[in-house]
Ligand binder design. Structure first.
Ligand SMILES: C[S@@+](CC[C@H](N)C(=O)[O-])C[C@H]1O[C@@H](n2cnc3c(N)ncnc32)[C@H](O)[C@@H]1O
Length: 200
C-alpha cells in the first residue's frame, strides 16, 4: 500500500479512530511503562513517528520529553494540536523526516510501521537509525505472528511480523536490542510485540 493510500484510508476513518483509540487509557499499562522507561527520561528531541491522534506524544510531553508527533494524516494532526496544546506536531512521513542526521535522542514507532510493505521496512528503519544520535532509543510496537503476512486491518492492509524477524531487521539497520515484550491475544486485541532498541 502506498503512503498516499494509507493516508487516505486513515483520513476517511480519522474520527472513528480518535473516538476508539485516541487516548492513553486504551494503551496497555505494560506498554505505557515500557515506552516511558525507554523514552520518557531522554534529554534531547524525541519523535513519535506515525503518532496518529497524538495521545502518546502528549503522554511523553507530560513526562518531560521534548517530543514532536509526525503523521501522514492531516485530520490526526489537527486533532492532536487541539487536544495537546503546546506539543509540536507535523504532517509528514516517517520515511522522509527532515531532521539532521544524529540529531534525535529517541523515537517511537507505535503501530506505524505495520502498513509498510516488507520491502519498504529496511530503508525506513535505516532512515530512523540515521536520525538518532549514537545510543539513541527506538521503541517499535507491532502485530506479531508466526509468519510474516498481510491481513485486513480495520483501516487498511497491515502486516504481522514474527518478532525474531523484526528484531533481525532492526539489527541489520544498526540497532541493538535492549528489551522485548510479547503479549498473546486478549479479547479483540491481536498478538502484540514491542522491541526497544538502541542505535548501535
Ligand atoms: C495504527 S495507527 C497508530 C497511530 C498511533 N501511533 C497510535 O498508537 O494510535 C498507524 C498510524 O501510522 C501512520 N502512518 C502510517 N504510515 C506512515 C508513514 N509513512 N509516515 C507517517 N505516518 C504513517 C498512520 O497515518 C496512522 O496514524
Amino acid at each position: 500500500m502506498s503512503s498516499r493510500g494509507v493516508q487516505q484510508a486513515y483520513s476517511s476513518l480519522a474520527q472513528q479512530y480518535i473516538d476508539l483509540l485516541g487516548s492513553v487509557e486504551t494503551v496497555h499499562p505494560d506498554d505505557l511503562r515500557l515506552i516511558e522507561q525507554h523514552l520518557g527520561h531522554l534529554s534531547g528531541p524525541v519523535l513519535d513517528v506515525g503518532c496518529g491522534p497524538g495521545h502518546l506524544t502528549g503522554h511523553l510531553h507530560a513526562a518531560g520529553c521534548e517530543v514532536t508527533g509526525i503523521d501522514l494524516v492531516p485530520e490526526f494532526i489537527a486533532h492532536a494540536r487541539r487536544a495537546h496544546p503546546g506539543v509540536a506536531f507535523e504532517v509528514g512521513s516517517l520515511t522522509d523526516v527532515t531532521r539532521p542526521d544524529a540529531s534525535v535522542a529517541g523515537a517511537l514507532a507505535w503501530y506505524s510501521l505495520i502498513h509498510l510493505e516488507p520491502g519498504q521496512l529496511d530503508s525506513a528503519l535505516v532512515g530512523i537509525r540515521r536520525l538518532l544520535a549514537p545510543g539513541g532509543a527506538l521503541v517499535v510496537g507491532f502485530f506479531e505472528g508466526p509468519v510474516r503476512e498481510p491481513f485486513e486491518h480495520e483501516v487498511t492492509t497491515a502486516y504481522r511480523w514474527p518478532v525474531e524477524e523484526m528484531a533481525g531487521r532492526l539489527t541489520s539497520a544498526g540497532f541493538t536490542e535492549v528489551e522485548r515484550l510479547q503479549r498473546p491475544p486478549e479479547g479483540v486485541r491481536r498478538p502484540h510485540a514491542v522491541l526497544a532498541v538502541r542505535a548501535a
